[in-house]
Design a protein around this ligand. Structure first.
Ligand code: TRP
Length: 332
């Protein structure tokens, strides 16, 4: 009697082991698909749009998350030490390819590996960020998409909307290499349209509100490059600037939607789609990062926030209104 029971127990254990062996095998099969590790610097509407675009671009090329590719996503929450650990984790999770969204994230990935392919998602200037040797021939394991803004067109738009403006304040964060580059471009562009300019550099998001109050007294309008720290605090910037009716010309559509007056900007979702496509070509072996030029967008769209224009008492010239997208129809 006793031995019969024992046999049943042993039999049960054997069945269980066989079962778990089988399911383990199955899981291994799923792991056969490539893994893409994505590191996003921080959350703000533009970067979130870019990540959505990346998933779409990969899917368009046959890499659908959960089916034909496994995407592991990490958000560094603007914290340098998190970016470093997350980069290492993404490599340990056996990523076949890495994508960095925004300059500080891409730099953290680049510092962690010289072998795994890295695709840049919307990096203002990959060369001055130390990520590639040149845009034409990146040279190592890194290529991708630059979102260099059409700064000259942005300033031409600014002066046609604000013909009385004499002085512009450029607001950005000292922690971002991408903004230093664009602020220098902005100074030149301001001069070219007859404006004087002054830079207002914040060490962190804590100083933004106070800095905007100072700017409101000293400048006729505020220009913002594609700075992640400022984009993340756009609501604070807008509410402070609104108190003195100081117009804001940011660099992207999402920041116009949040209360900027207008810009000439690159569609953030499209930036992501292009990033996803370049990643797909590398995964499938069609292209090699070292010899794939950085993709740059040559044109942007005019985007106007009519409600904000009304609030500020700014009249939009008819010819501009005709070419512009309105923030209200952005969602379609
Ligand atoms: N270009 C930025 C960088 O290199 C990232 C970025 C893309 C961004 N779109 C933006 C920043 C919109 C602010 C707003 O880091």
């Amino acid at each position: 009697m006793k031995s019969k029971r024992l046999m049943i127990v042993i039999g049960g254990i054997l069945l269980f082991l066989a079962g778990s062996f089988f399911t383990e095998k199955k899981e291994e099969k799923v792991e056969d698909i490539p893994t893409v590790g994505v590191l996003q610097f921080v959350s703000h509407p533009a970067l979130d749009e870019i990540y959505r675009g990346i998933q779409e671009g990969l899917k368009d090329e046959g890499y659908e998350d959960g089916k034909t590719v496994k995407i592991v996503f990490q958000n560094g929450q603007a914290d340098q030490s998190k970016l470093t650990t997350m980069s290492q984790q993404l490599i340990q999770k056996n990523s076949d390819l890495l994508i960095g969204i925004a300059t500080p994230a891409a730099q953290a990935l680049a510092n962690s590996t010289e072998d795994l392919p890295i695709v840049l998602g919307a990096i203002t200037d990959p060369v001055s960020a130390g990520l590639v040797e040149s845009n034409e021939k990146p040279g190592r394991n890194i290529t991708g998409v630059s979102d260099k803004s059409p700064v000259a067109s942005q300033f031409e738009l600014a002066v046609s909307l604000l013909p009385k403006a004499k002085k512009v304040g450029i607001l950005y964060s000292s922690a971002e290499e991408n903004s230093k580059y664009q602020a220098a471009e902005a100074e030149k562009a301001a001069q070219a349209v007859g404006l004087t300019s002054k830079s207002y550099v914040v060490p962190s998001s804590n100083e933004i509100a106070q800095t905007v109050q100072v700017m409101a007294d000293e400048v006729d309008f505020i220009y913002i490059p594609t700075d992640n720290t400022i984009a993340n605090a756009m609501q604070t910037v807008v509410s402070e600037a609104d108190k003195t009716k100081t117009p804001i010309i940011p660099s992207v559509d999402t920041m116009v939607t949040e209360g900027g007056l207008a810009t000439v900007g690159i569609n953030q979702f499209e930036l992501g789609v292009q990033t996803g496509k370049m990643a797909a070509d590398i995964l499938s072996g069609k292209s090699d990062p070292a010899t794939t030029p950085i993709y740059t967008f040559t044109t942007g769209d005019i985007i106007i926030n009519e409600a904000q224009a009304e609030k500020l008492g700014v009249t939009i010239p008819q010819n501009i209104l005709e070419q512009a997208k309105k923030t209200d129809d952005e969602t379609d």
